[in-house]
Design a protein around this ligand. Structure first.
Ligand SMILES: [Ca+2]
Ligand SMILES: [Ca+2]
Ligand SMILES: [Ca+2]
Ligand SMILES: [Ca+2]
Length: 574
Protein backbone atom coordinates (compact mmCIF):
# COMPACT_ATOMS: atom_id res chain seq x y z
CA UNK A 1 0.00 0.00 0.00
CA UNK A 2 2.70 2.48 1.06
CA UNK A 3 4.75 1.80 -2.01
CA UNK A 4 1.79 2.55 -4.28
CA UNK A 5 0.99 5.85 -2.58
CA UNK A 6 4.67 6.83 -2.76
CA UNK A 7 4.67 6.33 -6.51
CA UNK A 8 1.34 8.10 -6.91
CA UNK A 9 2.70 11.09 -4.97
CA UNK A 10 5.96 11.01 -6.87
CA UNK A 11 4.08 10.83 -10.18
CA UNK A 12 1.85 13.76 -9.27
CA UNK A 13 4.85 15.77 -8.12
CA UNK A 14 6.66 15.00 -11.34
CA UNK A 15 3.60 16.16 -13.27
CA UNK A 16 3.53 19.42 -11.36
CA UNK A 17 7.23 19.99 -11.97
CA UNK A 18 6.73 19.25 -15.66
CA UNK A 19 3.86 21.76 -15.82
CA UNK A 20 5.92 24.37 -13.97
CA UNK A 21 8.75 23.91 -16.48
CA UNK A 22 6.34 24.60 -19.30
CA UNK A 23 4.96 27.70 -17.64
CA UNK A 24 8.37 29.06 -16.64
CA UNK A 25 9.56 28.94 -20.24
CA UNK A 26 6.92 31.36 -21.46
CA UNK A 27 7.64 34.93 -20.42
CA UNK A 28 5.47 38.02 -20.47
CA UNK A 29 7.23 41.27 -21.38
CA UNK A 30 5.32 44.47 -20.86
CA UNK A 31 6.23 47.76 -22.49
CA UNK A 32 4.60 51.06 -21.59
CA UNK A 33 4.17 53.76 -18.96
CA UNK A 34 4.90 52.26 -15.53
CA UNK A 35 5.60 48.82 -17.00
CA UNK A 36 8.66 46.57 -16.95
CA UNK A 37 10.12 48.38 -19.98
CA UNK A 38 9.78 51.94 -21.24
CA UNK A 39 11.14 51.11 -24.68
CA UNK A 40 10.32 48.35 -27.13
CA UNK A 41 14.07 47.96 -27.72
CA UNK A 42 14.49 46.64 -24.15
CA UNK A 43 12.57 43.46 -25.04
CA UNK A 44 15.07 40.64 -25.58
CA UNK A 45 13.94 40.14 -29.18
CA UNK A 46 16.85 37.84 -30.05
CA UNK A 47 16.00 35.25 -27.42
CA UNK A 48 12.18 35.06 -27.46
CA UNK A 49 10.82 31.54 -27.24
CA UNK A 50 7.54 29.64 -27.60
CA UNK A 51 4.69 31.14 -25.62
CA UNK A 52 6.47 34.43 -24.96
CA UNK A 53 4.24 37.47 -25.15
CA UNK A 54 5.18 41.07 -25.63
CA UNK A 55 2.46 43.51 -24.59
CA UNK A 56 2.87 47.05 -25.86
CA UNK A 57 0.57 49.39 -23.94
CA UNK A 58 -1.11 52.41 -25.46
CA UNK A 59 0.40 55.78 -24.61
CA UNK A 60 -0.37 59.24 -26.00
CA UNK A 61 3.09 59.57 -27.53
CA UNK A 62 3.85 57.16 -30.39
CA UNK A 63 6.58 54.58 -29.94
CA UNK A 64 9.27 55.71 -32.39
CA UNK A 65 11.05 52.39 -32.61
CA UNK A 66 11.72 49.65 -35.11
CA UNK A 67 12.92 46.09 -34.63
CA UNK A 68 13.30 42.58 -36.01
CA UNK A 69 11.57 39.33 -35.01
CA UNK A 70 13.53 36.24 -35.91
CA UNK A 71 12.45 33.63 -33.39
CA UNK A 72 10.19 30.60 -33.56
CA UNK A 73 7.13 29.82 -31.49
CA UNK A 74 5.12 26.63 -31.87
CA UNK A 75 1.59 25.98 -33.05
CA UNK A 76 0.41 25.57 -29.43
CA UNK A 77 2.61 28.34 -28.07
CA UNK A 78 3.15 31.08 -30.62
CA UNK A 79 5.17 34.20 -29.95
CA UNK A 80 2.65 36.99 -29.58
CA UNK A 81 3.33 40.70 -29.96
CA UNK A 82 0.17 42.47 -28.93
CA UNK A 83 -0.84 46.07 -28.50
CA UNK A 84 -3.01 46.95 -25.52
CA UNK A 85 -5.51 49.60 -26.64
CA UNK A 86 -6.02 52.86 -24.78
CA UNK A 87 -9.08 55.09 -24.31
CA UNK A 88 -11.71 54.64 -27.01
CA UNK A 89 -9.98 51.51 -28.24
CA UNK A 90 -7.08 53.49 -29.71
CA UNK A 91 -4.20 51.26 -30.71
CA UNK A 92 -0.62 51.90 -29.60
CA UNK A 93 1.20 53.70 -32.43
CA UNK A 94 4.46 52.41 -33.84
CA UNK A 95 5.82 55.37 -35.80
CA UNK A 96 8.59 54.81 -38.34
CA UNK A 97 9.31 58.54 -38.58
CA UNK A 98 12.46 59.11 -36.51
CA UNK A 99 12.31 55.53 -35.17
CA UNK A 100 15.36 54.24 -33.33
CA UNK A 101 16.71 50.69 -33.30
CA UNK A 102 18.21 48.91 -30.31
CA UNK A 103 21.95 48.43 -30.83
CA UNK A 104 21.47 44.95 -29.34
CA UNK A 105 19.93 43.97 -32.67
CA UNK A 106 21.81 43.21 -35.84
CA UNK A 107 19.77 42.68 -39.00
CA UNK A 108 19.69 43.54 -42.64
CA UNK A 109 17.24 45.31 -44.95
CA UNK A 110 16.49 47.80 -42.21
CA UNK A 111 15.39 50.37 -44.79
CA UNK A 112 12.64 47.99 -45.98
CA UNK A 113 10.45 47.84 -42.91
CA UNK A 114 9.41 49.19 -39.52
CA UNK A 115 8.89 45.71 -38.07
CA UNK A 116 10.98 43.12 -39.92
CA UNK A 117 10.37 39.40 -39.65
CA UNK A 118 13.50 37.40 -40.47
CA UNK A 119 16.87 38.64 -41.71
CA UNK A 120 18.77 38.80 -38.46
CA UNK A 121 22.40 37.99 -37.62
CA UNK A 122 21.75 37.25 -33.94
CA UNK A 123 18.67 35.19 -33.14
CA UNK A 124 19.27 33.00 -36.16
CA UNK A 125 16.04 31.00 -36.13
CA UNK A 126 13.64 30.71 -39.02
CA UNK A 127 10.71 32.78 -37.73
CA UNK A 128 7.60 30.69 -37.13
CA UNK A 129 4.28 30.87 -35.31
CA UNK A 130 4.28 34.59 -34.74
CA UNK A 131 1.23 36.74 -34.10
CA UNK A 132 1.30 40.53 -34.39
CA UNK A 133 -1.88 42.25 -33.36
CA UNK A 134 -3.53 45.50 -32.32
CA UNK A 135 -0.79 47.88 -33.41
CA UNK A 136 -1.12 51.04 -35.49
CA UNK A 137 2.01 51.00 -37.66
CA UNK A 138 2.74 54.05 -39.79
CA UNK A 139 5.24 56.27 -41.57
CA UNK A 140 7.71 53.85 -43.15
CA UNK A 141 8.58 55.52 -46.46
CA UNK A 142 10.65 58.42 -47.81
CA UNK A 143 11.21 61.14 -46.73
CA UNK A 144 11.05 59.62 -43.21
CA UNK A 145 14.33 58.63 -41.62
CA UNK A 146 15.35 56.24 -38.85
CA UNK A 147 18.37 55.24 -36.78
CA UNK A 148 19.68 51.78 -37.66
CA UNK A 149 21.16 49.06 -35.42
CA UNK A 150 24.50 50.95 -35.39
CA UNK A 151 22.88 54.26 -34.50
CA UNK A 152 23.40 55.70 -38.00
CA UNK A 153 20.65 57.82 -39.58
CA UNK A 154 19.16 56.18 -42.69
CA UNK A 155 16.30 56.78 -45.09
CA UNK A 156 13.51 54.32 -45.79
CA UNK A 157 13.41 52.93 -49.29
CA UNK A 158 10.37 53.65 -51.44
CA UNK A 159 9.19 50.07 -51.07
CA UNK A 160 9.47 50.08 -47.27
CA UNK A 161 6.62 48.34 -45.43
CA UNK A 162 5.00 48.59 -42.02
CA UNK A 163 5.70 44.87 -41.65
CA UNK A 164 8.37 43.37 -43.89
CA UNK A 165 8.38 39.57 -43.87
CA UNK A 166 11.69 38.34 -45.27
CA UNK A 167 11.16 34.72 -44.27
CA UNK A 168 9.14 32.61 -41.88
CA UNK A 169 6.07 30.44 -41.55
CA UNK A 170 2.72 30.64 -39.78
CA UNK A 171 2.71 34.37 -39.34
CA UNK A 172 -0.55 36.07 -38.43
CA UNK A 173 -1.13 39.80 -38.65
CA UNK A 174 -4.42 40.63 -36.99
CA UNK A 175 -6.37 43.75 -36.08
CA UNK A 176 -3.61 46.13 -37.07
CA UNK A 177 -3.87 49.54 -38.72
CA UNK A 178 -1.30 49.88 -41.48
CA UNK A 179 -0.88 53.18 -43.25
CA UNK A 180 1.40 55.82 -44.73
CA UNK A 181 4.13 53.40 -45.76
CA UNK A 182 5.51 52.53 -49.22
CA UNK A 183 3.98 49.08 -49.26
CA UNK A 184 1.69 48.52 -46.32
CA UNK A 185 2.69 44.88 -45.95
CA UNK A 186 5.36 43.01 -47.85
CA UNK A 187 5.98 39.24 -47.74
CA UNK A 188 8.88 37.65 -49.65
CA UNK A 189 8.84 34.25 -51.35
CA UNK A 190 10.57 32.55 -48.39
CA UNK A 191 7.47 33.11 -46.29
CA UNK A 192 4.55 30.72 -45.93
CA UNK A 193 1.21 30.17 -44.20
CA UNK A 194 0.54 33.86 -43.76
CA UNK A 195 -2.79 35.09 -42.41
CA UNK A 196 -3.75 38.76 -42.65
CA UNK A 197 -7.07 39.41 -40.93
CA UNK A 198 -9.23 42.14 -39.41
CA UNK A 199 -6.74 44.80 -40.48
CA UNK A 200 -7.36 48.31 -41.80
CA UNK A 201 -4.88 48.91 -44.59
CA UNK A 202 -4.99 52.26 -46.41
CA UNK A 203 -3.06 55.37 -47.42
CA UNK A 204 0.06 53.52 -48.49
CA UNK A 205 1.96 53.96 -51.76
CA UNK A 206 4.38 56.38 -53.37
CA UNK A 207 3.26 59.37 -55.42
CA UNK A 208 3.65 58.93 -59.15
CA UNK A 209 4.74 55.27 -58.80
CA UNK A 210 2.95 52.06 -59.77
CA UNK A 211 5.23 49.79 -57.78
CA UNK A 212 4.14 50.19 -54.19
CA UNK A 213 0.84 48.75 -53.02
CA UNK A 214 -1.34 48.51 -49.94
CA UNK A 215 -0.09 44.92 -49.68
CA UNK A 216 2.45 43.10 -51.81
CA UNK A 217 2.92 39.42 -51.04
CA UNK A 218 4.56 36.30 -52.47
CA UNK A 219 4.10 33.43 -50.05
CA UNK A 220 3.63 29.67 -49.89
CA UNK A 221 0.05 29.95 -48.74
CA UNK A 222 -1.69 33.17 -47.77
CA UNK A 223 -5.16 34.05 -46.48
CA UNK A 224 -6.54 37.57 -46.52
CA UNK A 225 -9.81 37.77 -44.57
CA UNK A 226 -12.09 40.31 -42.87
CA UNK A 227 -9.81 43.22 -43.81
CA UNK A 228 -10.80 46.74 -44.75
CA UNK A 229 -8.64 47.96 -47.60
CA UNK A 230 -9.04 51.66 -48.27
CA UNK A 231 -7.62 53.76 -51.10
CA UNK A 232 -3.91 54.41 -51.42
CA UNK A 233 -2.55 57.89 -50.74
CA UNK A 234 -3.55 60.50 -53.24
CA UNK A 235 -1.43 60.42 -56.40
CA UNK A 236 -0.12 56.90 -55.74
CA UNK A 237 -0.50 54.52 -58.68
CA UNK A 238 -0.14 51.17 -56.91
CA UNK A 239 -2.69 48.42 -56.59
CA UNK A 240 -4.71 47.70 -53.52
CA UNK A 241 -3.88 44.01 -52.99
CA UNK A 242 -1.05 42.67 -55.13
CA UNK A 243 -0.11 39.04 -54.72
CA UNK A 244 2.26 36.52 -56.32
CA UNK A 245 1.60 33.66 -53.91
CA UNK A 246 0.72 30.01 -54.24
CA UNK A 247 -2.46 29.04 -52.41
CA UNK A 248 -3.96 32.52 -52.37
CA UNK A 249 -7.31 32.88 -50.57
CA UNK A 250 -8.97 36.30 -50.45
CA UNK A 251 -12.31 36.22 -48.67
CA UNK A 252 -14.75 38.50 -46.90
CA UNK A 253 -12.72 41.69 -47.39
CA UNK A 254 -13.88 45.19 -48.27
CA UNK A 255 -11.46 46.45 -50.90
CA UNK A 256 -12.02 50.00 -52.09
CA UNK A 257 -9.82 52.00 -54.45
CA UNK A 258 -6.39 51.36 -55.89
CA UNK A 259 -5.16 51.15 -59.46
CA UNK A 260 -6.62 47.65 -59.55
CA UNK A 261 -8.42 46.25 -56.53
CA UNK A 262 -6.79 42.82 -56.99
CA UNK A 263 -3.60 42.18 -58.92
CA UNK A 264 -2.99 38.42 -58.77
CA UNK A 265 0.07 37.82 -60.87
CA UNK A 266 2.98 35.42 -61.33
CA UNK A 267 5.44 34.18 -58.74
CA UNK A 268 9.11 34.69 -59.43
CA UNK A 269 10.34 31.48 -57.83
CA UNK A 270 10.13 27.89 -59.04
CA UNK A 271 9.34 26.46 -55.60
CA UNK A 272 6.08 28.42 -55.60
CA UNK A 273 5.27 27.89 -59.26
CA UNK A 274 5.63 24.12 -58.83
CA UNK A 275 3.12 23.93 -56.02
CA UNK A 276 -0.27 22.58 -57.10
CA UNK A 277 -1.92 25.31 -55.01
CA UNK A 278 -0.37 27.88 -57.36
CA UNK A 279 -2.97 26.88 -59.94
CA UNK A 280 -6.02 27.55 -57.79
CA UNK A 281 -6.87 30.97 -56.48
CA UNK A 282 -9.99 31.58 -54.38
CA UNK A 283 -11.67 34.98 -54.15
CA UNK A 284 -15.07 35.00 -52.44
CA UNK A 285 -17.40 37.01 -50.27
CA UNK A 286 -15.53 40.26 -50.98
CA UNK A 287 -16.82 43.74 -51.75
CA UNK A 288 -14.71 45.37 -54.45
CA UNK A 289 -15.30 49.05 -55.04
CA UNK A 290 -14.01 51.40 -57.74
CA UNK A 291 -14.95 54.82 -56.37
CA UNK A 292 -14.63 56.81 -59.59
CA UNK A 293 -12.20 57.20 -62.47
CA UNK A 294 -9.25 56.04 -60.40
CA UNK A 295 -6.23 54.57 -62.18
CA UNK A 296 -6.77 51.40 -64.14
CA UNK A 297 -10.32 50.59 -65.19
CA UNK A 298 -9.76 46.86 -64.55
CA UNK A 299 -10.87 45.50 -61.19
CA UNK A 300 -9.19 42.08 -61.09
CA UNK A 301 -6.03 41.02 -62.89
CA UNK A 302 -5.23 37.29 -62.86
CA UNK A 303 -2.26 35.54 -64.44
CA UNK A 304 1.04 37.35 -64.62
CA UNK A 305 2.80 40.59 -65.40
CA UNK A 306 6.45 39.59 -65.73
CA UNK A 307 6.21 38.95 -69.46
CA UNK A 308 7.59 35.41 -68.91
CA UNK A 309 4.42 33.48 -69.60
CA UNK A 310 5.94 30.18 -68.47
CA UNK A 311 5.60 31.54 -64.92
CA UNK A 312 2.00 32.67 -65.17
CA UNK A 313 -0.67 31.20 -62.92
CA UNK A 314 -2.18 29.16 -65.78
CA UNK A 315 -4.89 27.89 -63.52
CA UNK A 316 -8.34 28.75 -62.31
CA UNK A 317 -9.51 31.80 -60.46
CA UNK A 318 -12.57 30.76 -58.47
CA UNK A 319 -14.43 34.04 -58.04
CA UNK A 320 -17.79 33.75 -56.26
CA UNK A 321 -20.30 35.58 -54.11
CA UNK A 322 -18.48 38.87 -54.48
CA UNK A 323 -20.20 42.22 -54.85
CA UNK A 324 -18.34 44.38 -57.36
CA UNK A 325 -19.25 48.03 -57.82
CA UNK A 326 -17.76 50.60 -60.14
CA UNK A 327 -18.72 54.27 -60.07
CA UNK A 328 -16.56 55.14 -63.06
CA UNK A 329 -18.27 57.37 -65.54
CA UNK A 330 -16.26 55.71 -68.32
CA UNK A 331 -15.52 52.05 -69.07
CA UNK A 332 -15.01 49.40 -66.42
CA UNK A 333 -13.54 45.94 -67.07
CA UNK A 334 -14.04 43.34 -64.35
CA UNK A 335 -11.44 40.72 -65.29
CA UNK A 336 -8.15 40.91 -67.07
CA UNK A 337 -6.97 37.35 -67.61
CA UNK A 338 -3.33 37.56 -68.70
CA UNK A 339 -3.25 34.85 -71.35
CA UNK A 340 -5.31 32.13 -72.98
CA UNK A 341 -4.07 29.75 -70.26
CA UNK A 342 -5.94 31.57 -67.51
CA UNK A 343 -9.52 30.64 -66.61
CA UNK A 344 -11.95 32.34 -64.28
CA UNK A 345 -15.11 30.68 -63.06
CA UNK A 346 -17.35 33.49 -61.84
CA UNK A 347 -20.36 32.33 -59.84
CA UNK A 348 -23.01 34.16 -57.78
CA UNK A 349 -21.42 37.61 -58.17
CA UNK A 350 -23.00 41.03 -58.53
CA UNK A 351 -21.28 43.10 -61.24
CA UNK A 352 -22.74 46.57 -60.97
CA UNK A 353 -21.66 49.85 -62.56
CA UNK A 354 -23.38 53.18 -62.05
CA UNK A 355 -22.70 54.16 -65.67
CA UNK A 356 -25.40 53.30 -68.20
CA UNK A 357 -25.06 52.00 -71.77
CA UNK A 358 -22.20 49.67 -72.60
CA UNK A 359 -19.60 50.80 -70.10
CA UNK A 360 -19.33 47.41 -68.38
CA UNK A 361 -17.13 44.69 -69.88
CA UNK A 362 -16.52 41.43 -68.11
CA UNK A 363 -13.29 40.45 -69.84
CA UNK A 364 -10.28 42.20 -71.31
CA UNK A 365 -8.41 40.48 -74.21
CA UNK A 366 -7.61 36.91 -73.27
CA UNK A 367 -8.51 33.89 -71.24
CA UNK A 368 -11.62 31.87 -70.55
CA UNK A 369 -14.34 33.41 -68.41
CA UNK A 370 -17.20 31.16 -67.36
CA UNK A 371 -20.31 32.76 -65.93
CA UNK A 372 -22.86 31.07 -63.71
CA UNK A 373 -25.69 32.69 -61.74
CA UNK A 374 -24.24 36.20 -61.74
CA UNK A 375 -26.24 39.41 -61.71
CA UNK A 376 -24.77 41.73 -64.35
CA UNK A 377 -25.75 45.33 -65.13
CA UNK A 378 -27.76 45.71 -68.31
CA UNK A 379 -25.82 46.62 -71.44
CA UNK A 380 -22.71 44.66 -70.48
CA UNK A 381 -20.32 43.50 -73.16
CA UNK A 382 -17.78 40.71 -73.28
CA UNK A 383 -14.88 43.07 -73.87
CA UNK A 384 -14.10 46.68 -74.67
CA UNK A 385 -11.28 45.54 -76.94
CA UNK A 386 -13.40 44.98 -80.01
CA UNK A 387 -11.45 42.97 -82.58
CA UNK A 388 -8.57 42.69 -80.11
CA UNK A 389 -10.60 40.28 -77.99
CA UNK A 390 -9.38 36.72 -78.42
CA UNK A 391 -10.72 35.14 -75.27
CA UNK A 392 -14.04 33.52 -74.58
CA UNK A 393 -16.94 34.31 -72.30
CA UNK A 394 -19.04 31.22 -71.67
CA UNK A 395 -22.57 31.35 -70.27
CA UNK A 396 -23.11 28.37 -67.96
CA UNK A 397 -26.65 29.51 -67.16
CA UNK A 398 -28.53 31.20 -64.36
CA UNK A 399 -27.15 34.68 -65.13
CA UNK A 400 -29.41 37.69 -64.69
CA UNK A 401 -29.26 41.21 -66.02
CA UNK A 402 -31.04 44.34 -64.89
CA UNK A 403 -30.61 47.94 -63.95
CA UNK A 404 -30.93 47.63 -60.20
CA UNK A 405 -29.57 44.75 -58.15
CA UNK A 406 -31.63 45.89 -55.15
CA UNK A 407 -29.04 47.14 -52.69
CA UNK A 408 -30.40 48.41 -49.39
CA UNK A 409 -28.77 51.83 -49.81
CA UNK A 410 -26.13 52.35 -52.46
CA UNK A 411 -25.44 55.98 -51.52
CA UNK A 412 -24.63 54.88 -47.98
CA UNK A 413 -22.81 51.82 -49.38
CA UNK A 414 -25.13 49.50 -47.52
CA UNK A 415 -24.81 46.68 -50.01
CA UNK A 416 -27.09 44.14 -48.39
CA UNK A 417 -30.13 43.17 -50.46
CA UNK A 418 -33.71 44.36 -50.09
CA UNK A 419 -36.39 41.66 -49.99
CA UNK A 420 -37.48 42.36 -53.56
CA UNK A 421 -33.92 42.20 -54.93
CA UNK A 422 -33.61 40.05 -58.06
CA UNK A 423 -30.40 38.67 -56.49
CA UNK A 424 -32.30 37.10 -53.63
CA UNK A 425 -32.31 33.29 -53.87
CA UNK A 426 -30.91 33.60 -57.41
CA UNK A 427 -27.52 32.04 -56.76
CA UNK A 428 -26.51 28.43 -57.19
CA UNK A 429 -25.69 26.32 -54.15
CA UNK A 430 -23.35 24.18 -56.27
CA UNK A 431 -20.36 26.36 -57.00
CA UNK A 432 -18.09 24.68 -59.48
CA UNK A 433 -14.73 23.64 -58.04
CA UNK A 434 -15.61 24.75 -54.53
CA UNK A 435 -15.58 22.27 -51.66
CA UNK A 436 -15.48 22.18 -47.86
CA UNK A 437 -12.78 24.67 -46.94
CA UNK A 438 -13.83 27.20 -49.52
CA UNK A 439 -17.55 27.34 -48.95
CA UNK A 440 -19.12 30.72 -48.27
CA UNK A 441 -19.67 30.64 -44.51
CA UNK A 442 -19.28 34.26 -43.46
CA UNK A 443 -20.01 37.73 -44.68
CA UNK A 444 -18.16 40.97 -44.17
CA UNK A 445 -19.44 43.50 -41.67
CA UNK A 446 -18.39 47.14 -41.75
CA UNK A 447 -15.63 47.38 -40.81
CA UNK A 448 -12.96 44.78 -40.01
CA UNK A 449 -15.64 42.42 -38.78
CA UNK A 450 -17.42 39.36 -40.01
CA UNK A 451 -20.60 37.52 -39.16
CA UNK A 452 -21.83 34.08 -40.11
CA UNK A 453 -23.62 34.21 -43.42
CA UNK A 454 -27.26 33.44 -42.59
CA UNK A 455 -28.22 29.96 -43.69
CA UNK A 456 -30.83 29.82 -46.37
CA UNK A 457 -32.07 27.01 -48.56
CA UNK A 458 -31.17 29.01 -51.67
CA UNK A 459 -28.08 31.20 -51.66
CA UNK A 460 -28.35 34.84 -52.78
CA UNK A 461 -26.11 36.42 -55.39
CA UNK A 462 -23.43 38.71 -53.95
CA UNK A 463 -21.51 39.06 -50.70
CA UNK A 464 -24.55 39.36 -48.42
CA UNK A 465 -27.39 36.97 -47.76
CA UNK A 466 -30.81 38.45 -47.16
CA UNK A 467 -32.23 35.99 -44.70
CA UNK A 468 -33.29 36.21 -41.14
CA UNK A 469 -31.04 34.27 -38.83
CA UNK A 470 -32.50 30.81 -38.85
CA UNK A 471 -34.91 30.45 -35.95
CA UNK A 472 -34.36 27.53 -33.68
CA UNK A 473 -36.44 24.44 -34.33
CA UNK A 474 -37.67 22.04 -31.65
CA UNK A 475 -36.23 18.58 -31.22
CA UNK A 476 -38.29 15.69 -32.57
CA UNK A 477 -38.91 12.59 -30.44
CA UNK A 478 -38.60 9.42 -32.51
CA UNK A 479 -39.71 7.08 -29.74
CA UNK A 480 -40.17 6.83 -25.98
CA UNK A 481 -41.19 3.50 -24.54
CA UNK A 482 -41.42 1.45 -21.40
CA UNK A 483 -40.69 -2.26 -21.72
CA UNK A 484 -42.76 -3.90 -20.38
CA UNK A 485 -45.45 -1.31 -19.76
CA UNK A 486 -47.46 -3.68 -17.59
CA UNK A 487 -45.81 -5.59 -14.75
CA UNK A 488 -47.40 -8.05 -12.36
CA UNK A 489 -45.70 -6.70 -9.24
CA UNK A 490 -43.72 -3.76 -7.87
CA UNK A 491 -39.91 -3.90 -7.85
CA UNK A 492 -39.66 -5.33 -11.33
CA UNK A 493 -37.25 -3.65 -13.73
CA UNK A 494 -38.86 -1.65 -16.51
CA UNK A 495 -36.65 -0.53 -19.34
CA UNK A 496 -37.28 3.07 -20.41
CA UNK A 497 -35.67 3.95 -23.73
CA UNK A 498 -35.94 6.86 -26.11
CA UNK A 499 -34.49 8.51 -29.17
CA UNK A 500 -34.78 12.05 -30.51
CA UNK A 501 -33.21 14.23 -33.17
CA UNK A 502 -32.91 17.95 -33.77
CA UNK A 503 -33.51 19.48 -37.21
CA UNK A 504 -30.73 22.02 -36.49
CA UNK A 505 -28.35 19.30 -35.41
CA UNK A 506 -28.28 20.70 -31.86
CA UNK A 507 -26.90 18.66 -29.00
CA UNK A 508 -29.81 17.31 -26.95
CA UNK A 509 -30.49 16.79 -23.24
CA UNK A 510 -32.91 14.08 -22.11
CA UNK A 511 -34.83 13.81 -18.87
CA UNK A 512 -37.16 10.96 -17.92
CA UNK A 513 -39.70 11.64 -15.16
CA UNK A 514 -40.94 8.22 -13.99
CA UNK A 515 -44.13 9.70 -12.55
CA UNK A 516 -43.47 8.42 -9.04
CA UNK A 517 -41.50 11.40 -7.80
CA UNK A 518 -38.21 10.20 -9.25
CA UNK A 519 -36.42 10.90 -12.50
CA UNK A 520 -33.28 10.36 -14.53
CA UNK A 521 -31.16 12.67 -16.70
CA UNK A 522 -30.55 10.48 -19.74
CA UNK A 523 -32.29 8.75 -22.60
CA UNK A 524 -32.12 5.12 -21.44
CA UNK A 525 -32.65 3.73 -17.94
CA UNK A 526 -34.10 0.82 -15.96
CA UNK A 527 -36.52 1.69 -13.20
CA UNK A 528 -38.43 -0.22 -10.51
CA UNK A 529 -41.72 1.08 -9.09
CA UNK A 530 -42.13 0.42 -5.39
CA UNK A 531 -45.93 0.42 -5.23
CA UNK A 532 -48.86 -0.81 -7.19
CA UNK A 533 -50.38 1.88 -9.42
CA UNK A 534 -50.80 3.47 -12.80
CA UNK A 535 -47.94 5.82 -13.61
CA UNK A 536 -47.52 8.44 -16.29
CA UNK A 537 -43.83 8.60 -17.21
CA UNK A 538 -42.70 11.51 -19.33
CA UNK A 539 -39.68 12.33 -21.45
CA UNK A 540 -38.47 15.90 -21.97
CA UNK A 541 -35.85 16.69 -24.61
CA UNK A 542 -34.23 20.16 -24.75
CA UNK A 543 -31.67 21.64 -27.13
CA UNK A 544 -30.01 24.44 -25.09
CA UNK A 545 -31.54 27.05 -27.39
CA UNK A 546 -35.00 27.03 -25.84
CA UNK A 547 -36.25 24.24 -28.09
CA UNK A 548 -38.16 21.43 -26.33
CA UNK A 549 -40.19 18.33 -27.04
CA UNK A 550 -41.95 15.92 -24.71
CA UNK A 551 -43.73 12.55 -24.80
CA UNK A 552 -45.24 10.22 -22.24
CA UNK A 553 -46.04 6.62 -21.66
CA UNK A 554 -48.36 4.90 -19.13
CA UNK A 555 -47.04 2.11 -16.93
CA UNK A 556 -49.29 -0.23 -14.97
CA UNK A 557 -47.88 -1.92 -11.88
CA UNK A 558 -50.15 -4.69 -10.55
CA UNK A 559 -49.93 -6.51 -7.31
CA UNK A 560 -50.23 -10.21 -8.03
CA UNK A 561 -48.62 -13.08 -6.17
CA UNK A 562 -45.06 -13.76 -7.42
CA UNK A 563 -45.03 -16.42 -10.11
CA UNK A 564 -42.11 -18.18 -8.48
CA UNK A 565 -41.63 -17.99 -4.70
CA UNK A 566 -38.47 -16.07 -4.05
CA UNK A 567 -37.21 -18.43 -1.32
CA UNK A 568 -36.82 -21.24 -3.90
CA UNK A 569 -34.54 -19.06 -5.98
CA UNK A 570 -32.46 -18.29 -2.92
CA UNK A 571 -32.13 -21.98 -2.02
CA UNK A 572 -31.05 -22.88 -5.54
CA UNK A 573 -28.31 -20.29 -5.46
CA UNK A 574 -26.52 -22.18 -2.68
CA1 LIG B 1 21.94 46.18 -39.73
CA1 LIG C 1 -9.02 51.49 -60.58
CA1 LIG D 1 -31.29 33.21 -50.09
CA1 LIG E 1 -32.97 23.09 -32.30
Amino acid sequence: MKKTSFFVTFGALFGVIFLLCQIVHATLYEVGPGKMFDHIGQVPWSSLGPGDRVLIYYRDKPYREKWVIDRAGTAENPIVIQGVPGPGGRLPVIDGDGAITSTNLNFWSEERGIINIGGSNIGNQLPAHIVIEKLDIRNGRPPYKFKDDHGATKSYSKNAAAIYIIEGNNITIRNCIIHNCGNGLFACHASGSIVIEYCHIYDNGIEGSYYEHNTYTEARGIIYQFNHFGPLRSGCGGNNLKDRSAGTIIRYNWIEGGNRQLDLVDAGHADLINMTSYRKTYVYGNILVERGNEGNSQIVHYGGDSGDRSRYRKGVLYFYNNTVISKRTSNTTIFRLSSHDETCIATNNIFYVTASDHHLALSNRDGILKLKNNWIKNGWVKSHEGGGFSGSVIDLGGNLSGNDPGFKDLSAMDLGLILSSPCKDAGTNQIQGVDGDHRVLFQYQKHQKCVKRPKDTQIDIGAFENAKEETNRNPIIIFFKADPSVVANPKIDIHFSSKASDPDGDKLNYYINFGDGTGFAGFDQFHKYLKKGKYKASLTVTDNKGGMASAFVFVTVEDKAPAIPQNIILEKKD
